[in-house]
Design a protein around this ligand. Structure first.
Ligand code: UDP
Ligand code: MG
Length: 312
């Protein structure tokens, strides 16, 4: 069996791919005798695929998969994870922002019993103020919203074992926020700290639009809390409406208000509160439909012991 699979999604990475491959192959050789490198071409329009084909000819441990168009980082990565055969899978970007040389440390963590060793960025070089602030805010916001703890300042850079990989591959959802899914499956996960470096070549394939889409996928995949907002507003509005109704009715009896104002206000306040309540109820049902429809497994078993008693 292949001991280690390295999955590298590549989108227009002709400039960085050769040195990435060189470093990844070197470190993989140091760690295991038997490895495979899966290069995923996510619909590149430059020479990435030609480079991948060349690498496959040069080294039988390298495999290439080319998607029919650009499907996005998370889908490309999912495709790679589905086809990985290794007992352990190492996920790394093609731009060398995350050092492949961390692999031995991650392997050690798994040898010592962890199921996942994920890279945790303690610093980020060469990334603009905007990216730093949005990334900082994003991980905190998503944790505040979601029901499970998603490790902060963590990307997809990690080493996972077969158990964890199979669990993630068995999650059929289509909007994939992989780092959240890896957190969701549980097991023993340990962080490995490192400094995130500048891209060695090319530019980020995550422009603002892609980043926003990514953030929305992350939030909606792991939280139905925004839908509950209507319920919260209904409660606040009900209290405010009661006070409002009290105010206009007292005003009516004290006199001096325009004809018809009291009844109009009472009706408006009651209807508005009812609307919020109904939206909240609908939101609750939609939230449940959404979780049902994701079709995630109910639970994931970590280990079994003892003998199962069979009937008869
Ligand atoms: N990538 C991909 N498809 C895309 C965008 C990015 O396969 O549509 C790959 C890209 O080649 C790189 C990794 O995903 O290996 C991370 O992308 P990038 O470095 O641009 O993201 P950033 O580090 O800026 O968040
Ligand atoms: Mg990058």
């Amino acid at each position: 069996m292949v001991k280690l699979s390295v999955v590298i999604p590549c989108f227009n990475e002709e400039a960085s791919l050769p040195s990435t491959l060189e470093r990844v192959i070197k470190v993989a050789r140091e760690c295991v005798t038997n490895y495979e490198i899966i290069l995923l071409d996510d619909g590149s329009t430059d020479l990435t695929w030609e480079l991948i084909k060349g690498a496959c000819l040069n080294n039988p441990s390298v495999r290439g998969i080319r998607l029919s168009r650009n499907f996005g980082h998370q889908i490309a990565l999912s495709a790679g994870l589905q086809s990985a055969l290794g007992a352990r899978v190492f996920i790394i970007d093609a731009d060398l922002q995350d050092p492949p040389e961390l692999l031995p440390d991650m392997m050690r963590a798994l040898d010592e019993g962890a199921d996942v060793a994920y890279g945790r960025r303690v610093s980020r070089d060469g990334e603009g103020f905007f990216k730093l602030v949005t990334a900082f805010g994003f991980y905190r916001f998503i944790n505040w919203l979601s029901d499970i703890e998603i490790p902060r300042d963590t990307g997809d850079f990690r080493l996972v074992n077969r158990k964890v990989l199979d669990a993630v591959n068995a999650m059929p959802e289509r909007h994939r926020f992989l780092r959240g899914m890896f957190a969701w499956v549980g097991f023993c996960q340990v962080p490995i700290d490192y400094a995130r470096l500048e891209r060695i070549a090319g530019e980020s394939k995550y422009p603002l639009k892609a980043m926003l889409r990514f953030a929305i996928t992350a939030i909606t995949s792991f939280s139905v809390r925004p839908l509950r907002l209507a319920m919260l507003m209904a409660a606040c509005f009900a209290v405010a409406s009661l006070l409002g109704i009290l105010y206009v009715v007292i005003g009516h009896f004290l006199g001096g208000t325009a004809q018809g104002w009291t009844s109009l206000m009472v009706v408006v306040l009651i209807i508005a509160s009812l609307q919020f309540l109904l939206l909240g109820i609908i939101g609750e049902y939609i939230g449940r439909m959404f979780t049902e429809q994701k079709g995630r497994p109910l639970f994931i078993c970590s280990e079994n012991c003892g003998t199962e008693v069979t009937a008869g």
